[in-house]
Design a binder for this molecule. Sequence first.
Ligand code: NAD
Length: 270
Amino acid sequence: MTDALPQYPDKREAPPESVLAFAELLRRSSRVVAFTGAGISTESGIPDYRGPGGVWSQGKPPTIADFLDSRDTRLAYWERRRTSYPEMVARQPNAGHLALSRLAEMGKLSVVITQNIDGLHQDSGLADDAVVELHGTARQVQCTSCGTRESGEAIHKRLLAGADHPDCLQCGGLLRSATVLFGEQLPREPLRRAVAEAQQCDLMVVIGSSLVVQPAAQLPLVAKHGGAALVFVNRESTQLDAHADVLVLGDAGHALTTALDLMEGTPDGP
Ligand code: NAD
């Protein structure tokens, strides 16, 4: 029997040129912004939307209009949440999330701008104000009438106690996940901060995003326009690949860990 040929990400293989170039850009940069999508969390067991086998292939999530207009849509949403919430909070940050918190400890990462709603960047050790959640968080729910928020834990207890359509405890209004649904505007302050960070960074690393959800997908172009270098780390190509200075095709966890290891192995300097 012969040994299978080692394949990237096998550690015996030299890192590809793209990862070496990524490490070199990290070494030269002092203000890095990571812009993450669902792809950074697939290695934690959370499916993405548009990758193979992603949520998109099993049907689109509800729009805000569906949610507000249809009691059946809301009942289906809460029923799904009864099983999906404990599954989500049981997920752990993976090597990709941990590499970014390592970059923050080195003082190079100014912020993570994320399209994700899973809270795994904070679980990896990043401070709340080091994470800009463009699409909100599934760890809280919010009243559509008075805006009161309730923790995911509290609402889960109400679901387990038998509520099939939990309403706001303050005003009786409709509760919903504190996430942006299709058809809704992004929250203003996170978007403002994301644009400002993109304009000021010297390197933006885009990780695990198909770059089709707007206006989030404009942020790499904002960074490029402001003079930043762009690195894309993704399993597949995207429609913005032509704008990237470095394209790393592969799994986020291994690519980020390898690039940081390589950077730490080389002295700082221009
Ligand atoms: P997307 O599903 O449209 O695209 C994910 C991309 O990541 C794909 O191109 C895929 O090839 C790539 N990918 C998957 N696993 C990877 C890995 N291990 N390493 C590198 N690349 C990998 O995701 P999107 O662009 O973020 O847009 C989806 C929207 O859905 C977002 O708005 C987000 O809020 C939401 N969403 C969030 C989660 C989450 O919070 N974890 C999960 C699913 C969807």
